[in-house]
Design a protein around this ligand. Structure first.
Ligand code: NCD
Ligand code: ZN
Length: 351
């Protein structure tokens, strides 16, 4: 079915990096323009590990919102080996944070304080299981002897599966899944209602060959890294399936150009500038625009036990221009952020 206009409930972004200061002020309006809520990642320097830090960060985000915006940041707790179960439970009971984020130590950007051994955080996970607080997982093995393209699949086998067994009622989101193996894993555990997964727009649109198309493309480098085409196809199939355990999470992760275009460029794609348009592009190519609303606006709230947004957005067929650059206020040339697919026209735009 081909349609030219689509009205959907306002989407939410269940995985978003906003940063702080001038970068936050530069990127936040793009998310607030289209998303009702977002799960805000806590990998700041230093990371958000206490309720007080989460409250301060939320206040900074709210202060950076455009006037009149009703965007709601949902805060997360950065799990470390030393996280106190009482502090986690207290922050959850007070509504300060919505979930806990697990970064295996050194898996990705700003994860040096992450968890070195799951045994060390068992008391926190016990408590989260008891109170129903979700655990959001960056699911990659960190052993550098494991090929970078295999790290997600190995993590599922060695870490995620035993974790789900050990904590049978713990609610878990596998973040930014990138492989056929992860899709199968989520399909296996999703129906119990305790496991969900986010899928990024960029992983629906690029495969690992795109990283090297005509030369190395640092702005397409993110973690988990894009995989083979068969994995991308599995992700498109999952996102457009309508299955309620798959939902939107951009993992939009802005970095200054000078850090991306470097001898050792850092990981992260900035997709928030045109997030819903990028997802619409992927759904349109799959001929499944009719399933976009479930994925973008209904499945996430359902998993988190929240109502869908009341208001709607309209998408229409017609060129959406991806901005060339987003420049933090007071920045110099290398401080700008290059949006994913910058300079290109996408086939759907927000009306
Ligand atoms: C994220 C970042 O830059 O904060 N980078 C990324 O490649 N996705 C961290 C993360 O989510 O892995
Ligand atoms: Zn992320």
């Amino acid at each position: 079915m081909s349609v030219d206009r689509l009205v959907i409930r306002r989407p939410d972004d269940w995985h978003l990096h906003l940063r702080q200061g001038a970068m936050l002020r530069a990127v936040l309006p793009w998310s607030a323009r289209q998303m009702g809520r977002a799960i805000i990642m806590p990998n700041l320097r230093p990371p958000v590990t206490t309720p007080a830090a989460a409250e301060a960060y939320r206040a900074e985000i709210l202060a950076a919102l455009p006037a009149g915006s009703r965007f709601v940041p949902l805060m997360t707790c950065y799990l470390t080996d030393g996280t106190d179960p009482d502090a986690v439970a207290e922050g959850y009971a007070k509504g300060i944070w919505t979930a806990v984020k697990l970064y295996p130590a050194h898996a990705t950007t700003n994860s040096a304080h992450g968890v070195t051994d799951l045994a060390k955080v068992a008391p926190v996970l016990e408590r989260m299981q008891a109170i129903g607080m979700p655990l959001l997982i960056h699911g990659e093995a960190t052993d550098h002897g494991i090929d970078i393209f295999d790290r997600e699949a190995v993590f599922l086998e060695r870490t995620a599966a035993p974790l789900l067994d050990r904590f049978p009622r713990l609610r878990v989101v596998l973040e930014h899944v990138t492989t056929q193996e992860a899709v199968a894993f989520v399909r296996r555990h999703g129906p119990s209602g305790r496991l969900g997964a986010t899928i990024t727009a960029h992983h629906l649109l690029i495969n690992r060959s795109d990283l090297f198309a005509g030369g190395i493309r640092p702005h397409l480098y993110c973690l988990p890294i894009a995989k083979r085409e068969r994995h991308r196809l599995a992700l498109v199939d999952a996102a457009t399936s309508g299955d309620p355990w798959f939902f939107l999470g951009t993992d939009s992760a802005p970095h200054p150009m000078k850090d991306k275009e470097a001898a050792c460029g850092c990981a992260g794609c900035f997709t928030a500038a045109t997030a819903i348009e990028l997802y619409a592009t992927a759904f349109d190519r799959a001929g499944r625009m009719d399933r976009l609303e479930a994925f973008a606006s209904l499945n996430g709230p359902r998993f988190y036990g929240l109502p869908p947004n009341e208001d709607t957005i309209a998408l229409e067929r017609g060129d959406a221009a991806v901005p060339d650059l987003v420049m933090p206020e007071g920045g110099a040339a290398g401080d700008s952020v290059l949006p994913f697919m910058s300079g290109e026209a996408l086939p759907w735009r927000m009306a």
